[in-house]
Design a protein around this ligand. Structure first.
Ligand SMILES: Cc1cc2nc3c(=O)[nH]c(=O)nc-3n(C[C@H](O)[C@H](O)[C@H](O)COP(=O)(O)OP(=O)(O)OC[C@H]3O[C@@H](n4cnc5c(N)ncnc54)[C@H](O)[C@@H]3O)c2cc1C
Length: 415
């Protein structure tokens, strides 16, 4: 008997086991983890920019990453401080004991391009569209893959609520040693004023002594609007350097406007960026700390889990990988609900000029509690402890914030 059913189209030949679109922090770390933990995996990372990692400096507390996962970062030349860090508030100054680490994106690019085989990295190449079977590049080239992972940047959504963290940092080469030995994670003794037109905001300066005569100074504020006046921020950084007696030239600069998420409909926000059968991770996939906007510890964890899963299950389909990442993202959203509530306290319960007291109250707490907070692993006693004591905000406003669904993001294009 002749089979009259039309032949189904031949499946695309998979030249790649995995294509990672976006060679930023999340995509670069997945490539590294696959290279180390999934031998034989034919992966390719496609990055639109000229380098992996863009132009950033990523920092984290050593305890943000579980010991079992720290080896992934061990090949990078990091800046590290093991004598703790300082915080300064109008009514509080403290040294906390946790070790701190920092990685410059130039080093991220150098180490990755040295360790990964050249054929596994495609730079200056933009993906125009992604689907479950592969990627189509901007020049029309089709690249088939068994699994596709979307690591493109975070995209804001009307379904998310919250505010913004706006910052500009400059790397100074000083004429003489600056004398600082520990990072200053928050110097909130500065004026609590955002640049003009942006109202008052929680503002602090962040300082990293990168070498005896190099210092990185960043001016940061939490604001309702995603607006930055770079010239004002540069002026503030310069003023801070002068105030501390540090003279020198600026040799590098970074700036960012990051979301501080206080609520929203995660399923609806994720649906806007989800492509069926394509795994979604990184900041775009929701893997960030709602209050600090940091993603590094979650990027390390995801990279290792994805690589080990693929090594264990060479038959894993792209759809299964996508479903695995989506489940992890939902779990992450649920696990970080408490931090979104704190974001609401910051943006809704506290008057903008008084947001500083919310942080001052927090930093007066026990060092280990602060560590667990940054790692996104606060225990229930920690959570209660953060909310007890003399309230830093008016109680009726705090209660309203507790039950609020958050203020929708103001999503104007950053200036
Ligand atoms: C200046 C700055 C400093 C930060 N500091 C810290 C910090 O200290 N600690 C911390 O944990 N977090 C920090 N963050 C927040 C967060 O960790 C970073 O934004 C992090 O880089 C997010 O990683 P990601 O891989 O999800 O996205 P990204 O690093 O933004 O990577 C996305 C990549 O996708 C590429 N891309 C986009 N479209 C395409 C396309 N069509 N085809 C191919 N490639 C494409 C982009 O060029 C980019 O390289 C910082 C953010 C900024 C902006």
């Amino acid at each position: 008997m002749v089979d009259s059913t039309p032949a189904s189209p031949a499946p695309e030949e998979h030249a790649h086991d995995v294509i990672i679109v976006g060679g930023g922090l999340a995509g670069g770390l997945i490539a590294l983890a696959l290279h180390r933990h999934a031998p034989g995996c034919r992966f390719l990372v496609i990055e639109a920019g000229r380098t992996l990692g863009g132009h950033h400096r990523w920092s984290w507390f050593e305890t943000d990453i579980p010991e079992s996962e720290r080896a992934l970062m061990a090949g990078f030349h990091l800046n590290g401080w093991d004598e703790g860090y300082d915080i300064t508030f109008p009514g509080l100054g403290r040294t906390l004991p946790t070790s701190y680490r920092s990685l410059a994106s130039a080093e991220f690019h150098r180490a990755l391009t040295e360790e990964l085989p050249a054929e596994r990295v495609l730079l200056e190449t933009r993906a125009a569209s992604l689907d479950a079977g592969g990627v189509t590049l901007a020049d029309g080239t089709r690249m088939a893959a068994k699994r596709v992972i979307d690591c493109r940047p975070f995209r804001s959504s009307q379904h998310l609520a919250g505010g913004w963290q706006v910052f500009l940092g400059q790397h100074f080469k000083c004429e003489t040693p600056h004398g600082l030995t520990r990072p200053v994670i928050m110097d909130a003794s500065v004026a609590q004023i955002a640049p003009h037109g942006n109202g008052e905001a929680y503002r602090f300066v962040y300082v990293l002594p990168l070498s005896p005569d190099e210092v990185f100074i960043e001016d940061t504020y939490y604001a309702d609007q995603p607006k930055m006046d770079a010239e004002v921020l540069k002026g503030r950084v310069a003023e801070y350097a002068i105030r501390n007696g540090w003279k020198g030239e600026v040799i590098d600069q970074e700036a960012g406007i990051l979301p501080v998420i206080s609520g929203g409909d995660f399923a609806a926000a994720t649906a806007e960026v989800t492509i069926p059968g394509v795994a979604l991770v990184g900041a775009r996939g929701g893997f960030s700390h709602p209050l600090t906007s940091y993603t590094l510890p979650f990027a390390v964890d995801n990279a290792l889990r994805i690589a080990r899963l693929i090594a264990r299950r060479p038959d894993l389909t792209g759809e299964e990988l996508a479903a695995y990442c989506a489940r992890r993202a939902r779990r992450h959203w649920r696990a970080t609900a408490y931090y979104r509530m704190l974001s609401r306290m910051l943006f809704e319960a506290a008057e903008p000029g008084k947001r500083v007291v919310v942080f001052e109250h927090f930093y007066a707490l026990q060092g280990r509690l602060v560590e667990r907070f940054y790692a996104g692993r606060s225990t229930w006693p920690d959570r209660l402890r953060i909310l007890t004591g003399k309230p830093p905000v008016a109680i009726p406003r705090a209660i309203r914030a507790l039950f609020s669904s958050g203020k929708p993001f103001k999503t104007e294009t950053p200036a």
